[in-house]
Design a binder for this molecule. Structure first.
Ligand SMILES: Nc1nc2c(ncn2[C@@H]2O[C@H](COP(=O)(O)OP(=O)(O)OP(=O)(O)O)[C@@H](O)[C@H]2O)c(=O)[nH]1
Ligand SMILES: [Mg+2]
Length: 442
């Protein structure tokens, strides 16, 4: 859903990153492009306006422009403001009463019934004993749908014969839950095509009777800004405690997900990202923000790299890379720095696109024990050999294998990898080398 926006933002930030120092005009230009990208992603225009205003205030500060890595600072600010815009992490309120009652409301087809089942599964994994309640009595198929979902997931479903009154069903379900040790109820209510008095009256009546701890609007993200409008209208008539956005896996532009919290003030609690029962994710603004910015855990990686790497050493390396003079000696130094950052697999995971790069460079299997072996190999070389691997003939390779407790094959493999790496780095350093990549010494 956020792919287009992510691509756009990555383009914008990529361009900015290649500039090095930024002027106020540069930042202005970047903000203009971010604004367009957000609008194109269908984010509410007022939300975009406020967002850009806050970004500008922060990004044009001297602190950013004069910092060593202004582009990264700008990305960091965008990330922080995006998180602020998305609101707080979604937490369910179970209240102090048992059973807690979660009431799901929403328009027809928004995903209430499937979400009820997903939520039941989620809550059971949290160690709770949920009871699903079939309060949509208008279509017999609606009750059957919930029963079937419940059966498949071994979740108990409370239901009554066709024609029962939904308010009474919910009331009876609470009593049933108390008697049977269910700690939480999930009410699947009936949807309507449009918001109308009939639906609102029913929702209000159930709410009055069972006093739910949460009234959650299930909103279809595929409907774009309509979802935002529906949330506003619902909330005006029955106060909502939270939102669950469904069909976030669809190809809508994502603007609803981004603006709904800012426009309505109602917190997002879960995102439903598919039809399968386990495709319900608690809402974490920081995770969504970094997904949108397409940076994996880029920021924490930048922080870690900054904490570990010696700035001067990094700059010296960058110069070397650009001059094409990166040798095995530098490689060894970089490996030692990388080791300080933590397990290699973890570091690679955090770099978006890194897995592809490493695959291309045939180093997918580099793990920590291999780092140790590579270290041993390079340590067994003379300085001259490290500076100029071309002089490593067969007899030198045999000597090094013996010295490092490895094999000639391993040394051959390392040298091949190193050559590929050099080639890759030349390509990378043709553009401006981001500082952190210089530090990583790929
Ligand atoms: N791709 C995708 N499909 C979903 C998601 N959530 C629900 N659906 C599908 O949307 C359709 C409607 O879901 P329901 O749960 O029946 O919706 P409802 O709100 O209960 O509908 P009514 O009871 O008719 O008001 C079903 O085909 C679901 O499988 C989701 O997150 N992703
Ligand atoms: Mg339903």
């Amino acid at each position: 859903m956020f792919e287009n926006l992510t691509d756009r933002l990555q383009d914008i930030f990529g361009k900015m990153g290649r500039k090095g120092k930024l002027t106020e005009q540069d930042v202005d230009e970047v903000m203009r492009e971010v604004k367009l990208a957000m609008l194109e992603a269908d984010v509410n225009f007022k939300v975009v306006k406020d967002f850009i205003k806050r970004l500008k205030e922060r990004a044009i500060g001297a602190e950013v422009l004069q910092s060593l890595s202004p582009a990264q600072q700008v990305v960091k600010i965008v990330n922080e403001e995006l998180i602020a815009m998305l609101g707080e992490p979604g937490k369910l309120d179970y209240g102090s009463r048992s059973p807690a009652v979660l009431m799901l409301v929403g328009l027809q087809g928004s995903g209430k019934t499937t979400t009820a089942a997903k939520l039941g599964l989620y809550l059971r994994k949290q160690g709770l004993h949920p009871l699903l309640v079939a309060a949509d009595v208008y279509r017999p198929a609606a009750v059957d749908q919930l029963i079937t979902l419940g059966k498949n997931l071994s979740l108990p479903v409370y239901h009554e014969p066709p024609g029962s009154n939904p308010v009474a069903i919910c009331d009876n379900a609470v009593r049933f839950a108390k008697q049977n040790g269910h700690s939480v109820l999930i009410l699947d209510t009936a949807g309507r095509l449009h918001i109308n008095d009939e639906m609102m009256d029913e929702v209000a009546a159930i709410r009055m009777r069972v006093d739910p701890t949460e009234v959650l609007l299930i909103a279809d993200a595929m409907t774009g800004q309509d979802a935002v409008r529906v949330a506003e209208e619902f909330n005006a008539r029955v106060p909502l405690s939270g939102l669950i956005l469904t069909k976030v896996d669809g190809d809508a532009r994502g603007g609803a997900a981004l603006s709904i919290r800012s426009v309505t003030g109602i917190p997002l609690k879960f995102l439903s990202v598919g039809e399968k029962p386990d495709q319900l994710e608690p809402f974490y603004p920081d995770r969504l923000a970094s997904r949108i910015l397409g940076m994996g855990d880029m920021l924490s990686l930048i922080e870690r790299a900054e904490a570990t790497f010696d700035q001067k050493q990094g700059e010296a390396l960058e110069r070397k890379l650009r001059a094409g003079g990166f040798d095995l000696e530098d490689f060894l130094q970089q490996l030692q720095q990388i080791k300080k950052m933590g397990p290699l697999s973890q570091i690679l995971e955090m770099i978006p696109g890194m897995r592809n790069l490493t695959r291309n460079a045939d180093m997918a299997q580099v793990d920590d024990s291999q780092i140790k072996r590579i270290e041993a190999i390079i340590s067994s070389m003379t300085i001259a050999e490290r500076r100029n691997p071309a002089i490593l003939d067969a007899s030198r390779r045999r000597r090094i294998a013996k010295g490092s407790g490895t094999t000639v094959q391993e040394i051959n493999a390392l040298l091949t990898q190193f050559k590929q790496m050099q080639k890759m780095m030349k390509q990378l350093s043709a553009g401006r080398m981001p500082k952190m990549f210089a530090g990583l010494g790929r």
